[in-house]
Design a protein around this ligand. Structure first.
Ligand SMILES: Cc1cc2nc3c(=O)[nH]c(=O)nc-3n(C[C@H](O)[C@H](O)[C@H](O)COP(=O)(O)OP(=O)(O)OC[C@H]3O[C@@H](n4cnc5c(N)ncnc54)[C@H](O)[C@@H]3O)c2cc1C
Length: 569
């Protein structure tokens, strides 16, 4: 194995420890297709990061991706410009990207995008943090400034991870990419923790049992990195373990100018010297600049009856899949990649039931989504840095609270530029409280809550322009923010994640692929969406008779030795 990232913590497994970053970086490229497959068209449903990474890589192999998008290019990487504000943005979706996400960063670097540390609680980038719980505020610049109770909570968490899930050993195995060790340590944990919630872990860990309920409460509000972990208390502990083991909650950066630049620039990125494509070409060029409309139907056509009107892929017998867009236009494809949220296959897209097994339908429909709401205002300048003479502290700090704002983040765009405040970033019940409310009411409620924490700071006098808000669950193209797997969902995750390995599927179920946040082991992190897109690229290449170089085997080539543990062998 190439050791580019050896000893650096990355999202390497633990379920499927394949080195996606090395596969991407290898000079041999991802795969080679047979001549007769070059130029074949592949439908991609959804132009989020997963769909566009797949489209970009398939185009590089010499296929013709045809991208359909029902809403806005970029999907859940949505950097909403404040109107009339010259590039000042609100990150309505993904906004902080752990540096361990090495495949997502592969594209950030390729596009030459600048990143900088995200102003997370208690980080240097935040400057200062206020934690306001049960009506009491604590001001801190580093974790060491926090009262003893917080230290006890943090120590209990570290101890619980060590005593219950041999954290350090597993962490080290992921860092050093020791596959055997990862499997030996992780697979038993899957058996043990799939059925159990995050809260169960906390309630029963000996280190927390010694402490008061208040300690668990504080842990839920403040978390161990980015705050607000009580929203995840109902989720399977496996999901939390993946986050902490692979450093998703650490060392996060924002993308200067907005995360949406990743999908947008991938769309416009010209590529040269590609098989099949004679000249320099971008995804945008292939689509005359604009993706096709949303998809409303996906059906399997009878291969024999449609042979004449379809230039059939000689490497598969599965037959054409028909895509119908929202205007009733239909086209035939030999392969289709669906990257939108899986519920949409039963709500907005009429999908032939025969395309997936009933077991897969069960998994697709059982996906459980986290709700999330964010509300932003633009302010004239980063006034929060001014020192309040009464308190001798900044006017305002990054704020974690049990009030309805939950997390308030401050984005400093320079002293002479408008600043941005994410007044409130919340999940689950806290996000649902906002769901029916118009933006003005959301802003009012958030300002009221913050005034109780900062009675001497007049935030209102600094607000300029129009506020921006989102509830992802209210958008028919999403229905939720991201997956949050429940206890007992490992089997569903496994079915969806491994679907790209189609060799054992009946022919009638081949040729349709799934990727994206729902398919990922680490939902809510763009890295997972990218990794699943790369699995689909391998699957689609294989479907057209392609193969990877021996020096650079792909995820499907390594599948048998890396495959996720099966709970029902
Ligand atoms: C609030 C929030 C905060 C997040 N924070 C972070 C973070 O800080 N760090 C991080 O790494 N990740 C974060 N994420 C997760 C990250 O944004 C996602 O993992 C990633 O953007 C998902 O990309 P995707 O391509 O899988 O899906 P999407 O971005 O959802 O793309 C799917 C696309 O399909 C389109 N679509 C839907 N229906 C149809 C149809 N019928 N026809 C055609 N197209 C259709 C949708 O419009 C969408 O554009 C966050 C997500 C949210 C919502």
């Amino acid at each position: 194995m190439d050791s580019n990232n050896k000893n650096k913590l990355t999202l390497f497994g633990p379920d499927f420890p394949f080195a996606y970053d090395n596969w991407l970086a290898h000079p041999d490229g991802l795969a080679t297709l047979p001549e007769d497959a070059l130029g074949s068209r592949v439908a991609i449903v959804g132009a989020g990061v997963s769909g566009l990474v797949a489209a970009h890589e398939l185009m590089k192999l010499g296929l013709q991706p045809v991208v359909y998008e029902a809403g806005r290019l970029g999907g859940r990487l949505r950097s909403q410009p404040f109107p009339n504000a010259n590039g000042t943005i609100a990150e309505l979706g993904g906004m902080r990207f752990p540096q361990s996400g090495s495949s997502f960063y592969h594209y950030i670097h390729k596009l030459g995008l600048e990143t900088k540390p995200f102003p997370n609680p208690l980080s240097e980038a935040a400057g200062s943090t206020v934690i306001d719980l049960a009506g009491q505020s604590v001001f801190a610049t580093t974790p060491d400034d926090l009262p003893t109770l917080y230290k006890e909570v943090s120590d209990a968490w570290t101890e619980a991870l060590e005593s219950e899930v041999h954290f350090s050993a597993l962490h080290q195995a992921i860092k050093t990419r020791d596959i055997e060790k990862i499997k030996a340590l992780w697979n038993p944990l899957v058996h043990e923790w799939d059925d159990r919630t995050f809260y169960d872990f906390l309630a029963n860990a000996p280190s927390f049992k010694k402490l008061s309920f208040r300690h668990k409460e504080v842990f839920g509000q403040v978390g161990f990195g980015t705050g607000g972990w009580d929203s995840d208390f109902r989720n399977t502990m496996l999901e939390i373990l993946r986050v902490v083991l692979t450093g998703c909650d650490d060392d996060q950066h924002l993308i200067v100018g907005g995360a949406e630049q990743v999908p947008r620039q991938l769309w416009n990125l010209p590529c040269e010297n590609l098989p099949h494509w004679q000249t320099s070409i971008s995804l945008g060029d292939l689509h005359d600049g604009v993706p096709k409309p949303g998809v409303r139907r996906i059906s399997r056509l009878d291969p024999a009856a449609n042979h004449a009107k379809f230039n059939r892929n000689k490497h598969s017998n599965s037959g054409p899949i028909e895509i119908e867009d929202n205007y009733g236009n239909t086209e035939l494809y030999d392969a289709v990649l669906v990257t939108c949220q899986s519920w949409l296959l039963t709500t907005s897209i009429a999908t032939d039931e025969s395309l997936f097994s009933q077991e897969h339908w069960m998994a697709l429909d059982r996906t459980s989504y986290m709700q999330s709401s964010k509300t932003f205002v633009m302010v004239d300048r980063p006034f929060w840095k001014d020192i309040n003479p009464k308190t001798n502290r900044p006017n305002m700090s990054m704020t974690l609270t049990d009030r309805l704002t939950r997390g308030t983040y401050l984005f400093d765009n320079g002293d002479d530029n408008p600043g941005v405040i994410c007044l409130s970033y919340s999940w689950m019940a806290d996000a649902l409280k906002m769901l029916p409310l118009p933006v003005e009411k959301r802003v009012e409620l958030a300002l009221d809550a913050l005034e109780k924490i900062y009675p001497d700071t007049n935030i209102r006098q600094h607000i300029v322009g129009q506020p921006q808000t989102i509830s992802w669950e209210a958008d028919e193209n999403f229905l939720g923010a991201f997956k949050g797997a429940l206890p007992g969902h490992y089997r569903y995750n496994r079915r969806m994640y491994t679907h790209f390995m189609q060799r054992e599927l009946p022919t009638a179920e081949q040729g349709i692929f799934i990727a994206g946040d729902d398919v990922s082991w680490t939902p809510g992190w763009a890295e997972g969406a990218v990794q699943t897109a790369l699995n689909a690229v391998w699957g689609i290449s294989n479907h057209f008779g392609g193969h990877c170089s021996q020096q650079n085997p792909g995820p499907g080539d390594c599948y048998d030795s890396l495959k996720p543990v099966n709970l029902d062998p």
